[in-house]
Design a protein around this ligand. Structure first.
Ligand code: B12
Length: 444
């Protein structure tokens, strides 16, 4: 029995001006390359729980390519996609169903909208797949496939004692980063969150399981760069220190996403620096405190604002770069936010920066609020859930202001000259020349 695991990969941006601008900007192109060459950990995880009697293949499919798909015959396919490319996932599903192949859909988007997904599938899996996928295969063999499969709760899937993702299915030459997940979810409660709150909470992997997964990556890639597919890695600091020690022992270079509390104590930071950690991505969300109020149920992010610059400095001067993320179009934002982000980035010494627009992904609290306020621009806009396309009416500026502001910032932050300037500044900081620099942003 041949099982095809099909990942709808690649980046999408719909706004044509941005597409044209993006291909010319080195800072943007670089990240797009990284994104395009990461495999789907969700599907490699399903492969790990597929019984050995099945013959499993992993296929990347950025667009519907009927000829390429027709050359691969499967008895059943599992297809996974995020919202931005749900239309491609459905086209692939329709293609296989027309050929008589059984189609199972799952992943974040299908978890958000299972009824929509069910119109293109023989079965839809809602939530985490580890426990459900073997049952789906059993039911399929027995001719009793159900339309929808769900876990009882997020807590049903323990993250320890699981088979390790099947990294051996990958052609190592095709990937420059290998994903590994050490925790799932995040305890913060951000209104726009399209992952943690959908699945339902926060949990960590036992360190021994992480070590097993790192060992599995080592068997397929000699000097791997590992990207942690976590929502917020350093929530629990004692476990974090053990995790960092385990990554150090594996002798990999690695990247992860965290909140600003990573910079709270020197011992974790010193360990990070010695562990091969190359970059941490931190969601600063906005350069001003006022706009942070209300985005998170307990205003934790707003209370951290005063620590932003110090945190960037603490991390970067140890030789770990910070990729600072800013969301444009929060309710408090006026068109002044664009120059404020530019000033913050330039004054902070951030080595890398990511600017995206507020995005009401289906199923989020933000989606429900903006819908209730009549602020969504379209009823159905999943192909525009790219983080670069505007799908709602901002509160204190026009849609055009937001689109043009994003374009302006990309032009200001991602040119070869600016990327190089930030890199040089960062290297200076690492060399300790900037240790005593004052941490203030020029006033507006
Ligand atoms: C790693 C990551 C990436 C990698 C993805 C690599 C890849 N090919 O999968 C890269 C860097 C490439 C990436 C790109 C993008 N990402 Co991203 N990414 C993540 C991150 C941090 C972790 C995803 C992950 O690996 N999780 C671990 C695995 C094990 O979990 P999983 O994929 O959910 O799979 C489990 C279940 O969903 C289920 N399952 C999954 N698929 C299937 C299929 C079947 C058939 C079954 C039965 C079950 C099943 O079982 C799995 C095991 O439990 C998430 C945050 C998050 N927590 O999801 C954001 C996230 C998924 N990304 C997001 C976005 C927006 C993007 C981009 C659109 C940004 C952009 N404009 O470029 C692109 C989209 C690329 C595309 N192809 O569409 C959003 C998506 C929101 C949404 N509703 O779509 C998230 C949630 C972050 C956020 N902003 O909140 N991303």
């Amino acid at each position: 029995m041949r099982v095809g695991l099909i990942a709808v990969s690649g980046v999408r941006v719909v706004n044509e001006r941005l597409v044209r601008l993006g291909v010319t900007l080195p800072g943007f192109v670089e990240r797009a390359r990284v994104i395009a060459s990461m495999p789907s950990l969700g599907l490699l995880t399903l492969a790990a729980v597929t019984p050995p009697e099945y013959d499993v293949s992993y296929v990347e499919c950025p667009e519907l390519d009927a000829d390429a798909l027709a050359s691969r015959d499967f008895d059943i396919v599992a297809v996974s996609s995020f919202t931005a490319k749900a239309d491609v996932m459905y086209a692939i599903a329709d293609f296989y169903r027309a050929r008589g192949t059984t189609v199972v859909l799952g992943g974040l988007h299908c978890t958000l909208l299972p009824d929509e997904a069910a119109t293109h599938a023989d079965a839809v899996v809602v939530g985490e797949g580890e426990l459900l996928w073997p049952r789906v295969l059993d039911d399929w063999r027995a001719g009793r496939l159900q339309r929808v499969y769900r876990n009882g709760s997020f807590q049903d899937v323990a993250l320890g004692d699981r088979p390790v993702p099947r990294y051996d299915l990958l052609d190592p030459a095709a990937y420059n980063r290998f994903p590994i997940q050490t925790s799932r979810g995040c305890p913060l409660d951000c209104e726009f969150c399209a992952a943690s709150k959908i699945f339902g909470g926060y949990k960590r992997k036992p360190i021994e399981q992480v070590a097993r997964e790192l060992a599995a990556i080592a068997t397929v890639a000699k000097h791997p760069f590992v990207e942690l597919a976590d929502d917020n890695t350093f929530v629990e600091k004692r476990w974090s220190r053990q995790l960092v020690a385990t990554l150090a022992a594996a002798q990999v270079h690695w990247f992860t996403e965290t909140d600003v509390s990573v910079a709270e104590g020197p011992s974790l930071l010193d360990a990070l620096a010695d562990s091969g950690c190359r970059q941490v991505l931190i969601g600063f969300e906005s350069p001003d405190r006022e706009s942070l109020a209300g985005i998170e149920a307990h205003d934790w992010k707003a209370r951290q604002h005063g620590r932003y610059l110090r945190a960037i400095d603490e991390v970067q001067r140890r030789g770990v770069s910070v990729n600072g993320c800013f969301i444009l179009g929060l309710d408090q934002h006026t068109p002044d936010v664009f120059s404020a982000v530019e000033r913050f980035v330039k004054a902070s010494g951030l080595m890398e920066v990511q600017v995206t627009v507020l995005t009401p992904f289906p199923g989020t609290a933000l989606y429900r609020r903006l819908r209730a306020e009549g602020r969504l621009l379209r009823e159905q806009y999943w192909d525009r859930c790219t983080l670069f396309d505007v799908n709602y009416r901002p509160k204190r500026m026009s849609v055009e202001d937001l689109e043009q502001g994003l374009e302006y910032l990309m032009g200001a932050l991602y040119t070869a000259q600016e990327v190089e300037r930030r890199r040089r500044l960062y290297l200076d900081a690492v060399l300790d020349k900037r240790r005593n620099r004052s941490c203030t942003v020029p006033a507006t």
